[in-house]
Write a new protein. Sequence first.
Length: 197
Amino acid sequence: MSTPSPTFQEVISANGKYAVEFGDKEKLALPPARRFAILTCMDARLDPAKYAGLAEGDAHVIRNAGGRASDDAIRSLVISHKLLGTNEWFVIHHSDCGMQLFTNEVISDLLADDLGTAQFDGKKWSNPKHEGGSVAGKFVHWHTFEDNARSVLEDVQRIRSHPLVPKQIPIYGFIYDVKTGRLNEVVEATAAGRPAV
């Protein structure tokens, strides 16, 4: 059995402290108290609880690479509404997103060459090792994008037009600025997400 990593030990220690101060959070209801959901990026610089003023139990936060409206993200949003009562959704991408730094072809080629972590020199990605990878990456849609505002609009439109999404749910589009902490509305996306009734 291997020795746990320092990161493992830090997480377990932090959780111990959190559990001691858990208080009456056991009484939080399963449905989110503020009845909304956020679809956003997994980028570690984004803290939806802080930028949206959330406390535990307030809202659903769905995260993936780029904050994209993938099939699985839409699955989560539909469950969020149908079974847990959210009635407003926010699609929030962010400035300086890593998903703008590569294409489907770039990541697929990197993975075909080696499965280890790649390096980026500011212009190009490369593998430091070439120990064999997998062509499986060629069959994944990675949801990369070039234009941030356009990607927010496309995601809102995709959610809005999905047959399992009720027409009365408003869907708002924003870009979070990683340099200022501000949410900047993508007006065209919010317009596309207006409820039909």
